[in-house]
Design a protein around this ligand. Structure first.
Ligand SMILES: C[S@@+](CC[C@H](N)C(=O)[O-])C[C@H]1O[C@@H](n2cnc3c(N)ncnc32)[C@H](O)[C@@H]1O
Length: 632
């Protein structure tokens, strides 16, 4: 095992290969590779070997895999001065390109995100899309944001006269959706806003990536009730929100709160004061005949004097059978065992107009801890879902019209009601003005939840002076939402109302440059550069967060700073990992760190100052205590 901390982001193909080998151990070759012939055999008839394939294709699709598989050599630099409650919050706002950010988040957030909401550029002809997608990289980002080269390249828009108008959009979306899926929990869900321009492509694309069986719905959202008057023949009032699950059988989808009228149906109260309504025990609608479920046709006994119920025959009780309104034999909704188990929920009534007894079930407004909800419908229409509401919300918060077409926070609150449990993480990697953070913070306030958000936003220039980039709008809008909520309630419940800002940049460590020649002179020149391999101007905090990210710790993890034998060390997760970035290590201080018995310890290579004996001794000291020893 090498002592060098692996500074690359997660190796995606390697992960997928391991996953496949876990599923089909029989296809592993001696060298740990996949035997595809055996895999075909293992899958029996299910392999389609024909040349003509069903599916969406476009120029550049196969090159998308290169974009997915090239690991990121970037890092995320913390910016505490732009954050709110940096030390305690678990929310993140990442400024940078989302493809790189999604790669960098893989190690720490794989399988941790419950819900993703994205509102990518609709490709209207005015949106910025990277011009050269297959070779898109950290370098492209740095050039566009003016971090390398003379000055920033222009962010130009993808126009519909471009010969590759749709392909460019698809090349941009494919790798991002692919990587996003890996971040979702098994019960996770993704929501994607889109309009008529790309909905056909996005439906096919997302079904390909998530699996057709995991499609949940395409919601029509009435986003512009007045209708778009610039349309030629029909004024469009809606756009779409596509919803897909990572695994439809594992997902839990929340419902909408009841309307006042619906809640009013639960007008009866039991002796505990809990509201309920009565539902007939007889099955209504389809499959409601005796022959449909003969085991659910049986008598339930009622005592006429006090209407008490028995499932078994008792003297003085009369048998009641499920009878359809046309007089034919029906069936109950419950089997006999369930009736015995939940007998206290059954109620009998005399139906006077028929002079017959019937059986009902008590249906409570609140079941256990859970407030009753109704299923969301496939058309979302209501005053507060529209874009005008969203625009007003942002304008009144940031006192500027710098953001065009933000979504309504009410729309995303309802998406969160469907996809996000009370303590889960929501991710939005096309964050715009930060509406998703607004929605999460609002919903937490409404129901006392503790949901978290991760936003990613490009510092796309706005050509304005009040907010020079969209990322500036994101951060300021969320700051102002937090202030507003705190002013309203003083944050009595101590909810997480903060965020840590991180910015995408080149790794803190200059990589070994493979393009430099291999002659002894070249190698000795590289080694010289590498003696001080930390990039100039980077702080210990910068290095620390790169170590966390690349060791698979979430960026929100609490970090404690300690002094041990005169050296500053960072203690992660109550001392599980200790990081020492001191440049003048000696054996007593190394030993003092080792004696704290972390599971893993990370030192800076420069700390050993070329003293190989010290490094070997440090490694031995760790080995003696079963501590993983790493240097960066
Ligand atoms: C339609 S807007 C999102 C609006 C957002 N839902 C709101 O309510 O404000 C899309 C955003 O994605 C951003 N974006 C485009 N390409 C990006 C990329 N590669 N990485 C990160 N953000 C990107 C754009 O700057 C733009 O702000």
């Amino acid at each position: 095992m090498t002592d060098k901390l692996n500074l690359q982001s997660l190796n995606i193909p390697e992960e997928k290969r391991e996953e496949l080998l876990r599923l089909f151990p029989e296809v592993r070759t001696e060298g740990g590779q996949i035997d595809f012939d055996r895999l075909r055999l293992a899958l029996g008839e299910l392999v389609d070997t024909g040349k003509e394939r069903y599916g969406l294709n476009w120029p550049g699709k196969s090159a998308c895999f290169k974009a997915i598989q090239t690991p990121s050599m970037g890092t995320l630099l913390p910016a505490p001065e732009e954050s709110v409650n940096f030390d305690t919050t678990e929310n993140l706002i990442i400024e940078g390109d989302n493809l790189e950010a999604l790669k960098l988040l893989q190690k720490s957030y794989i399988g941790k995100v419950k819900m993703i909401y994205i509102d990518p550029p609709y490709n209207t002809g005015n949106d910025f899309i990277y011009p050269d997608n297959y070779s898109e990289s950290l370098q492209t980002y740095l050039e566009y944001t003016g971090q390398t080269g003379e000055e920033g390249k222009r962010f130009s828009s993808n126009t519909d006269t471009d010969g590759r108008f749709h392909s460019k959009w698809l090349n941009m979306m494919y790798p991002r959706l692919y990587l996003a899926r890996d971040l979702l929990r098994d019960d996770g869900v993704i929501f994607i806003s889109v309009d008529d321009g790309e909905v056909d492509n996005l439906l096919k694309l997302s079904k390909e990536i998530f699996g057709e069986e995991n499609f949940i719905a395409s919601i029509a959202v009435v986003s512009n009730p007045r209708g778009r008057q610039s349309d030629r023949y029909v004024a469009t009032v809606h756009d779409y929100m596509l919803i897909l699950a990572k695994n439809i059988d594992a997902s839990e989808i929340g419902g909408a709160p009841l309307t006042k009228d619906q809640a009013a149906e639960f007008s009866l109260r039991d002796s505990n004061g809990d509201y309920y309504r009565l539902l007939g025990l007889r099955q209504r609608g389809s499959a409601s005949r005796r022959e449909d479920r003969p085991d659910m046709f049986f008598p339930i006994y009622v005592k006429p004097s006090d209407l008490s119920i028995s499932i078994t025959p008792v003297d003085g009780f009369v048998p009641i059978y499920p009878k359809k309104s046309d007089g034919t034999e029906g069936r109950w909704m419950w089997g006999k065992q369930k009736c015995i188990r939940d007998k206290e929920l059954l109620v009998s009534r005399l139906i006077e107009r028929r002079d017959e007894y019937d059986i009902f079930v008590k249906d409570y407004l609140i079941k256990g801890e859970e407030e009753r909800t109704r299923k969301f419908k496939s058309i979302w229409d209501g005053g507060n879902y529209n874009n005008q509401f969203g625009t007003q919300e942002v304008k009144s918060l940031i006192k500027s019209d710098a953001m065009s077409f933000p979504k309504s926070s009410r729309l995303i609150v309802d998406a969160c009601r469907m996809g996000l449990g009370g303590k889960d993480i929501a991710l939005d990697f096309f964050a715009g003005s930060g509406t998703t953070a607004h929605a999460v913070l609002d919903l937490n306030k409404q129901d006392g939840g503790n949901r978290k958000f991760i936003l990613v936003q490009l510092p796309e220039p706005t050509d304005r002076t009040d907010y020079p980039t969209i990322a500036d709008i994101t951060k300021e809008r969320v700051r102002r939402v937090i202030k507003k909520l705190n002013d309203e309630d003083g944050n009595e419940k101590q909810q997480d109302r903060g965020f840590r800002v991180f910015k995408l940049a080149e790794s803190n460590f200059t990589p070994w440059d493979g393009s430099i020649g291999q002659s002894p002179e070249d190698i000795s020149r590289q080694m010289e550069i590498h003696i001080e391999h930390v990039r100039q101007g980077r702080t210990d905090q910068d290095i620390l967060y790169e170590i966390l990210l690349k060791s698979g710790f979430p960026l929100s993890i609490p970090v404690e700073t300690l002094q041990v034998d005169g050296k500053t060390i960072y203690s992660i997760s109550d001392g599980i990992m200790l990081v020492c970035l001191d440049r003048t290590l000696n054996m007593p201080s190394v030993q003092a760190i080792v004696d704290r018995l972390p599971e893993r310890v990370v030192f800076l290579d420069e700390g050993f100052a070329g003293n190989d004996a010290l490094k070997v001794n440090a490694k031995e000291a760790c080995k003696l205590k079963n501590i993983v020893f790493k240097v960066v």
